[in-house]
Design a protein around this ligand. Structure first.
Ligand code: 13P
Length: 248
């Protein structure tokens, strides 16, 4: 089965609305690869601007966070219906920065995955190990446990539409990329985990990204690996280099 490549930029907490419009304009003529799903996951305040700016192109808009209720007394949060109406189709869930800085745990992450599917948003579910777990050699067990918890109660039909991003924490924003072989090892293990939890058809359908210091120079080698179906890109998504990754 051939899986469609998906390259997503995670802009994190960067770009004001005016700067966001400039970045979309900079990338507009360069990001035109119809063979690839391209997503800009932008700060909530930029969503309307970016959704307008990418109209008529193949680029989809993603968000970086939301809460599991539709509305109500949840100061500071944003809901799935709000994101949908603003033109969002993908949502990053379980990023290590949300887990480590904002204390999100696997129970909430699992609720968010359920809510995203129920709301018609496509989750990009992140997982990955710390440097300590990498050094201890227990990273596969850790990631398997994250995936198992985060997907608890999710149907095979939904998992077939899921994107999973493997992001080793030691490679995020550090300039230290996992080697293509290291990334492939874990992405393959994630696919095997999906086969164990569901079945081989579901494992073949789920798309798995690598994320962590992916850039124009290393993207092609990573993306050539059998179980790596795309990338979730931080720093390099904020400049023209992103187009080279889309076209790698
Ligand atoms: P960098 O590409 O900046 O390492 O960030 C990766 C990431 O966290 C994407 O979600």
């Amino acid at each position: 089965m051939s899986r469609r490549r998906i390259i997503a930029g995670n802009w994190k907490m960067n770009k004001t609305p005016a700067e966001a419009a400039e970045l979309v304009a900079l990338l507009k003529d360069k990001v035109v690869n119809d063979a690839v799903d391209v997503v800009y996951c932008v700060p909530s305040i930029d969503i309307t601007t970016v959704a307008e700016a990418v109209k008529g192109t193949n680029v989809k808009v993603g968000a970086q966070n939301f809460y599991i209720e539709d509305k109500g007394a949840f100061t500071g949060e944003i809901s799935a219906p709000m994101l949908k109406e603003a033109g969002v189709s993908y949502i990053i869930i379980g990023h290590s920065e949300r887990r480590d800085i904002f204390g999100e745990n696997d129970i909430l992450i699992n609720q968010k995955v359920k809510k995203a599917f129920a709301s018609g948003l496509n989750p990009i579910l992140c997982c990955g190990e710390s440097l300590a777990l990498r050094k201890a050699g227990t990273y596969c067990e850790w990631i398997k446990r994250q995936i198992t918890w985060d997907l608890s109660g999710i149907s095979a039909d939904d998992v077939k539409k899921l994107v999973i991003a493997y992001e080793p924490i030691w490679a995020i924003g550090t300039g230290e990329t996992a080697t293509a072989d290291q990334a492939q090892e874990v992405c393959h293990m994630i696919r095997e985990t999906i086969a164990e939890l569901y079945d081989s058809a579901t494992a073949e359908a789920v798309r798995i990204q690598y994320g962590g210091s992916m850039n124009a120079a290393n993207a092609a080698e990573l993306l050539a690996k059998e179980d790596i179906d795309g990338g979730l890109i931080g720093g390099a998504s904020l400049k023209a280099d992103f187009a080279q990754i889309v076209n790698a």
